[in-house]
Design a protein around this ligand. Structure first.
Ligand code: BGP
Length: 470
C-alpha cells in the first residue's frame, strides 16, 4: 500500500521520555521505603547496583527543571510500591506519598503530563516472601496499592500504566535478576504468576475507570515484530509461534479479556497452563484499556526449530535476545538490520510495522513508552557528550513513527528510554540511554552531576518543532 509520505504530528502529541523508580531514584532504604525484589537481587560484582542509581530521589527538582528545559510534554515514570505501602498492604507511608506529590506537582507546574507506571518490576520483598505473584493475595495487594494512588493522585494524573513489561518478567525472569540464593521459577509457576498479574491488571483497570472516569489506563508490554528467516513455510509458522507467545498472548488478555487460543493450547500441551479459578474469566473481561503502551527496541528473526538443544540461544538472560525453544522456534540472524554493541537489533522500520500490527489488531491509541539505544557514552573535555549515534537512532525511529501516522495509526505519544541516565536493568551504569548524562561510574559515584548530551539539544528542537525538525 502506498500512503502519503508524511503526516504531521498531532498538536497534542505527547513528546516525552521515560524512567523507572528503581533505576533512577536511589534512596533505596530511605524515608520508610522497604526493600523490593529488585533490592534483594544478586548483582554482578562489576556492575552498579540500584542503591544510589541516579540519586533522583534527592535531586528531583533539579531533574524536573532539566526536563522542562528539554521541553518535555510528558514524563513517564514509575512509583515504587515500597515507598507507598512498605508492608505491601496496610499502612500508607506519608513520606512516600509526599515524594511523588512533589514530583507530580512540579511536572504539572511545568505543563509536563505525568504518565505513571504503577508497577515496574519492583514487587515489595515482603510480598515476595509470602509467595509473590504465585499467591492470589498479591492480586488484592496490587488493587489496594493502585487504589491508594488513584485516591491520592487521581486529580493530578490523567495517564496510568498498569504493569511494565509483564512479558519480560515471565519470559525473561533472568533479565530482572534473582533474589540472593534464589532459584529460577518453573514454567508452570511463571504462567501462574502471569495469570494472577492479568487478574490484578484487569481489576485495576476497572477500578481506575470507576474512580477516575476522566483518566486513561493501559498495559505496557515489550512489543516487537517477527520476521521469518526465509520464505520456507515452516519458518513462517515458527515466526508466528513466537509472535503469538511473546506479544499477543499478553496483549490479547489485557485488551480482549481472554487468552489467545494458540498460546493457551501451547500452555495446555506442556502442562504449564495456570490454574484458573471460578470467576476469573469474568474478572479478565472487566479490564478494558483505553490505550496500549508499547516498549519497542528491536525486531526478531525466527526460523523453524531444529528440534534439539541447538535451538536455545546462549544469551537467554537478555530481554531483547530471542530464547529459542525446541519444537517451537529458533532465533536467526537478519542480514538487513544493524545491531547495537550490546547485540540488540536496530530496526526503525520494524517500529512502523509493530505500530501497524498493534493498531490493526486492537484499534486502540498507542503510546510508545520506551525506545532507545544503550551505549557507554563518553564524557569528553569541556563536558561534552557527543552521542550522535543516539540522535541517529531516535531520528530514524521518529521518521518511521511519522510514516505510521500516515498509515493511519493513532499514536498519541513517544517517550524514549530514558529521560536521564539510569542504571540498566541488568547491565549496570556503563550502558546509558539518557538525554542527560549523570556523572558517575559503576561504583565510583563521583559528583552525580547532570550534564546535557548532544541529543538533549537535538530532542529539544524536535519537540519545539513538533517533529518537523528531525
Ligand atoms: C526495558 C525495561 C526498562 C529498561 C530497558 C532497557 O525492558 O522496561 O526498565 O531497563 O528495557 O533495558 P536494559 O537496561 O537492560 O538495557
Amino acid at each position: 500500500m502506498i500512503y502519503r509520505q508524511t503526516a504531521p504530528f498531532p498538536a497534542d502529541f505527547l513528546w516525552g521520555a521515560s524512567t523507572s523508580a528503581y533505576q533512577v531514584e536511589g534512596a533505596w532504604n530511605e524515608d520508610g521505603k522497604s526493600p523490593s525484589v529488585i533490592d534483594m537481587c544478586q548483582h554482578a560484582a562489576e556492575t552498579a547496583d540500584f542503591t544510589v542509581a541516579s540519586d533522583h530521589y534527592h535531586r528531583v527538582m533539579e531533574d524536573v527543571a532539566l526536563f522542562a528545559e528539554l521541553g518535555l510534554k510528558a514524563y513517564r515514570f514509575s512509583i515504587a510500591w515500597t515507598r507507598i505501602l512498605p508492608g505491601g498492604v496496610g499502612e500508607v507511608n506519608p513520606a512516600g506519598l509526599a515524594f511523588y506529590e512533589r514530583l507530580i506537582d512540579e511536572l504539572n507546574r511545568h505543563c509536563i503530563e505525568p504518565i505513571v507506571t504503577l508497577y515496574h518490576f519492583d514487587l515489595p520483598w515482603c510480598l515476595e516472601q509470602q509467595g509473590g505473584w504465585n499467591n492470589r493475595a498479591t492480586i488484592d495487594a496490587f488493587v489496594e496499592y493502585a487504589s491508594t494512588l488513584f485516591t491520592h493522585f487521581g486529580e493530578k494524573v490523567r495517564y496510568w500504566l498498569t504493569i511494565n513489561e509483564q512479558n519480560t518478567m515471565i519470559l525473561h525472569p533472568g533479565a530482572i535478576g534473582l533474589p540472593e540464593g534464589g532459584v529460577m521459577p518453573t514454567a508452570k509457576s511463571l504462567w501462574q504468576q502471569n495469570h494472577h498479574m492479568m487478574l490484578a491488571q484487569a481489576r485495576v483497570m476497572a477500578l481506575c475507570h470507576r474512580l477516575l472516569p476522566a483518566a486513561k489506563i493501559g498495559p505496557a508490554i515489550n512489543t516487537t515484530s517477527m520476521y521469518a528467516e526465509t520464505c520456507k513455510p515452516e519458518d513462517a509458522i515458527a515466526a508466528h509461534n513466537w509472535e503469538t507467545l511473546r506479544g499477543w498472548n499478553f496483549l490479547d488478555v489485557a485488551v480482549h479479556g481472554r487468552y489467545n487460543s494458540l498460546a493457551w493450547r501451547y500452555l495446555l500441551d506442556r502442562d504449564i497452563a495456570p490454574d484458573v479459578a471460578e470467576g476469573d474469566a469474568a474478572i479478565l473481561l472487566q479490564g478494558r484499556p483505553d490505550y496500549v503502551a508499547i516498549n519497542y527496541y528491536s525486531t526478531a528473526t525466527i526460523a523453524a526449530s531444529r528440534g534439539d538443544a541447538s535451538d536455545i540461544s546462549a544469551r537467554a538472560g537478555d530481554q531483547q535476545i530471542m530464547l529459542g525453544e525446541p519444537g517451537v522456534y529458533r532465533a536467526a540472524e537478519n542480514p538487513f538490520v544493524g545491531k547495537t554493541q550490546y547485540g540488540w537489533v536496530v530496526d526503525p522500520v520494524g517500529l512502523r510495522l509493530t505500530l501497524r500490527k498493534t493498531w490493526e489488531r486492537y484499534n486502540l491509541p498507542i503510546l510508545i513508552t520506551e525506545n532507545g539505544i544503550g551505549a557507554p557514552d563518553e564524557l569528553e573535555a569541556g563536558e561534552v557528550i557527543n552521542d550522535d549515534y543516539r540522535i541517529d537512532f531516535l531520528r530514524q525511529h521518529i521518521a518511521q513513527l511519522q510514516l505510521a501516522l500516515a498509515d493511519g495509526v493513532e499514536v498519541i505519544g513517544y517517550c524514549p528510554w530514558s529521560a536521564i541516565d539510569v542504571v540498566s536493568t541488568h547491565q549496570g551504569y556503563g550502558k546509558r540511554y539518557g538525554f542527560i548524562y549523570v556523572n558517575r561510574g559503576e561504583h565510583d559515584l563521583k559528583d552525580l552531576k547532570r550534564i546535557r548530551k548532544q541529543s538533549f539539544g537535538w530532542y529539544q528542537q524536535v519537540i519545539a518543532s513538533n517533529g518537523q525538525s528531525l
